[in-house]
Design a protein around this ligand. Structure first.
Ligand SMILES: [Zn+2]
Length: 77
């Protein structure tokens, strides 16, 4: 089975990037970019997070120290 082999491969060589890709696929999320509201640097929502009933991606704290960074999420069903 082709699908099974791919899954095994991904598990064996799991890196932060593939984890995010799997996360996106599992929850129908999409990595987005947005400007920092403070310094206009482009921020990427590529860090997976899970909270009560919510699955999403957020962007880490900006280099300028702005913690109000962009995020996307979906409700778990
Ligand atoms: Zn910034």
């Amino acid at each position: 089975m082709k699908l099974k082999r791919n899954t095994m491969f991904l598990t064996e060589y799991l890196s932060p990037v593939t984890e995010v890709e799997i996360w996106c696929k599992q929850h129908g999320l999409e990595i987005r970019t947005a400007q920092c509201s403070n310094c206009n640097k482009t921020l990427k929502t590529d860090i997976p997070f899970a909270s009560k009933g919510i699955r999403g991606l957020f962007s880490g704290v900006c280099e300028c120290g702005n913690e109000k960074t962009p995020f996307v999420f979906t409700t778990k069903d």
